[in-house]
Design a binder for this molecule. Structure first.
Ligand SMILES: *Cc1c(COP(=O)(O)O)cnc(C)c1O
Length: 376
């Protein structure tokens, strides 16, 4: 052993960091329990897998793996620009949208900056902030008793927290892990109140699933709010989580800054080809959303009937208050071959986050919960 404690040489923010805790992989549980037929409802992946158009594009692109990918992502940007009604210079591609979130922090942070984010926001925002040497400013979430947005972002509290040291504000709409979502009027109002030198990141990772009338597509407001950045991903509804591709839409100056620090080949060639093809597969998205809607209704009702408290969700997952420590339920479900997500690291030890699966998978989860309850 060395006499030097190398952890002490790391930046204070890095020493303080709790690493992101991903959902347990199926292969790991297989090894641990020696069981098969495991289902994973832990990472908000698409239970239908991947768009068939994307799969075809991947196999076509696989004969060019000896070559570097197109560092500019020209073809994908063209297609995204047309879809969102923006110019290609407004797009930054990322190795997952996680990558663009980190780039945003790296490009715009300063040591005194305190990016504003809500309690129970997506864990990557505080992690990226601490890793960049700054402190997040976390505002209290709405209470669980709130009629429309339990545990959701309190925009008034966030607005009140913004000052000259802010620089970045993070909003997930819908938010993970809470499932809460903001309506068009309240989000617009928030953007209107904010000084233009404060950059607002609206993370729309679950936008395809949020289909109610009042839900805003913030990308439509980019011309109006030059300080707005919208992030999207192919990981969730498009079913490309394993390939890692996402993007940011912003004004060209912000995109220019992100592109300066972006690793030149951050999006690999299979991901570029798959994303481009997936954008054409409206049928896959529609099927995914319909399955999600039915599954979310089924799960919410079944969980409610069992006496748990599922929170309203605009995403492809549901946050459930188990009414007691969730850990024994989590462990019991693992033994039954059902992987869910603990959220104690978010400060929610009584809750589980459950991804909406296929009808069979949802039923299996409910059956497993009934068995656990019967076994005491
Ligand atoms: C899953 C998720 C992301 C991004 O995932 P990537 O796979 O990195 O694109 C971003 N924001 C939220 C809120 C998410 O839940």
């Amino acid at each position: 052993m060395s006499a030097i404690d190398y952890t002490r040489l790391a930046m204070p923010g890095v020493q303080q960091l709790q690493p992101y805790q991903p959902g347990k992989p199926i292969s790991e549980l297989e090894r641990e329990l020696g069981i098969s037929n495991i289902i994973k409802l832990a990472s908000n992946e698409n239970p239908l897998g991947t768009s068939p158009l994307a799969l075809a594009a991947i196999s076509q692109a696989s004969d060019k793996l000896g070559l570097y990918p197109d560092a500019s992502g020209y073809a994908l940007k063209q297609k995204l620009a047309a879809r969102h009604g923006v110019r290609p210079e407004q797009i930054t591609l990322g190795n997952g949208s996680n990558d663009v979130l980190v780039m945003l922090v790296e490009a715009f942070i300063c040591p005194q900056c305190r990016p504003v984010m809500s309690q129970y926001c997506f864990a990557v925002y505080p992690i990226a902030t601490l890793a960049a040497g700054a402190e997040p400013l976390i505002t209290p979430a709405l209470p669980q008793s709130h009629p429309s947005m339990p545990l959701g972002h309190d925009l008034d509290a966030m607005l009140a927290a913004v000052d000259e040291h802010t620089r970045l504000v993070f909003i997930a709409n819908p938010n993970n892990p809470t499932g809460s979502r903001l309506g068009a009027a309240e989000l617009r109002h928030f953007l209107q109140q904010l000084p233009p030198q404060q950059i607002v990141v609206v993370d729309e990772a679950y936008t395809e699933y949020a289909t109610d009338q009042d839900y805003p597509d913030a990308s439509q407001w980019l011309d109006e709010f030059p300080n707005l950045v919208v992030t999207r991903t192919f990981s969730k509804a498009y079913g490309l989580a394993g390939l890692r591709v996402g993007y940011a839409l912003s004004n060209p100056q912000i995109a220019d800054m992100l592109n300066r620090i972006r690793q030149p080949f951050n999006v690999n060639s299979l991901a570029l080809a798959a994303a481009e093809a997936a954008l054409d597969d409206d049928e896959f998205i529609q099927r995914s959303c319909e399955l999600n809607k039915t599954g979310l209704e089924y799960l919410s009702k079944a969980l409610n009937d069992m006496g748990f408290t599922p929170l309203p969700s605009a995403g492809n997952f549901v946050l459930v208050d188990m009414g007691e420590p969730a850990e024994p339920w989590y462990q019991g479900l693992l033994r039954a071959g059902v992987i869910t997500r603990r959220v104690a690291n978010y400060g929610l030890p009584d809750h589980l986050r459950i991804t909406i699966g296929t009808a069979d998978q949802n039923q299996r989860l409910i059956t497993a919960l009934h068995s656990l309850r019967a076994a005491g």
